[in-house]
Structures are given as C-alpha cells and as structure tokens.
Design a protein around this ligand. Structure first.
Ligand SMILES: [Zn+2]
Length: 208
C-alpha cells in the first residue's frame, strides 16, 4: 500500500499516460511494482517459500477468503505488501519468524483485501481526479489529495492490524503475537502511508 502517493507523482510527471484515468494509472503503478517483485521471486519449491505458503494457506482458510489471492514469496528489503487487492508479496525471511508472527504479517495483508482497501483508496483518488489525469488538475489538488490519502492509508493499516489480531485469536495464537513481532522488526517512524511502530503498538494495545 506504499505506492499511492508515488503513483500520483508518477502520473503527474508522465505525459505519455495522459488520456488514462487515475484508476488506470494506479493499476499500472502497482503492476510495475509487482513485475519488479516477481523478478525477485523465490522458487515455489524452495523450503522457506513453502513454509510461508503453508501459513498463508492456513490464514486464508481460517478467514474464509472467498476470492483467489496469489502469494509471491520474494527476496529483498520488503517485508510484505498487498498489491491491486489480489496479490500478496511476502519476504522469504518470514520463514524465520515464529508461526504466529508469520501468520500475523500475512493476515494483515489479507485484511487489506478482506476490507476492500484497494478500491477504497481508488475511490478517493477518483473523487479528486474524476476524468483524465491532467497535470494542471493534479497539481492543483495534490496537497489535499495527499493528506486525505495519507489519512485513509493510516486508517487502513490500523484496520488490517485489528483484523489480523482478531483472526489470530480465532486461530488460537498468543494474544501478544503482534507485540512480540514488532520487537523483532526494525523500529520505523510514520510515513505518508504507514503509522510508525509506536503508533501501531499503541493501537494494538487498545484492542486487548
Ligand atoms: Zn498494511
């Protein structure tokens, strides 16, 4: 979910894309991200990839995921991301985490899909940019759109965390799983799209 503001900036600086609406631009941006991640994909029969896939399947079944969601296990700096509301890319290093921590990361990403976050954000963009992506128009609304998209993205992160915690409880995993997980991950500050570690931990504590 990190690419939205970047997608807007790309749209603004890419006249070749004029004539497309903002949803097509967002889709294209995420497809490019997926293509890059697919180049870093780990073979499906790699033992660590199989560990991640198994947890992913368990979480999908537990949440009764109705639509098909593809998992791509990758190497690189990314921990996990949900793309276009139908693909989850997850780092092969998730195999080194405990089963419940791995489930939390994957359940968080699947929570974005269960809550329809991709289309929510698309609707927000479409409200601000209803027609063709035209530089003069996007320049004029970039500030307010950026603020609203950032606020919505943060809300979606909290919602995905809450979804994942509820699901883990149903699966019988320890209640402190996400708190232990965040201790194992690097401390991060808030960005335009994501709350920082402290904010996410504080929010998770309110759900206990
Ligand atoms: Zn997220």
């Amino acid at each position: 979910m990190r690419a939205f503001l970047m997608a807007l900036m790309t749209a603004v600086s890419a006249p070749a894309w004029c004539g497309e609406d903002i949803l097509a631009v967002l889709q294209r941006s995420q497809q490019m991200q997926l293509d890059a991640l697919s180049d870093a994909a780990v073979a499906a029969d790699h033992p660590a990839a199989q560990v991640v896939q198994r947890s992913f399947d368990q979480v999908s079944i537990a949440m009764g995921m109705a639509q098909p969601v593809r998992l791509v296990v990758v190497r690189g700096p990314l921990l996990a991301v949900c793309l276009m509301g139908r693909v989850v890319a997850a780092n092969v290093s998730l195999a080194d985490l405990s089963e419940s921590e791995r489930r939390f990361v994957l359940a968080h990403e699947l929570g974005h899909i269960a809550h329809g976050h991709w289309s929510q954000l698309g609707e927000l963009y479409k409200r601000h940019i209803p027609g063709e992506v035209v530089k003069e128009h996007t320049d004029a609304i970039a500030g307010v759109l950026g603020r609203e998209a950032s606020q919505l993205s943060h809300e979606q992160e909290y919602e995905a965390d809450a979804f994942a915690l509820r699901l883990l409880r149903r699966m019988g995993d320890p209640d402190d799983t996400p708190l232990v997980l965040f201790q194992h991950l690097p401390l991060v500050k808030a960005t335009a799209t994501h709350p920082g570690t402290h904010q996410r931990v504080a929010h998770l504590r309110t759900l206990r």
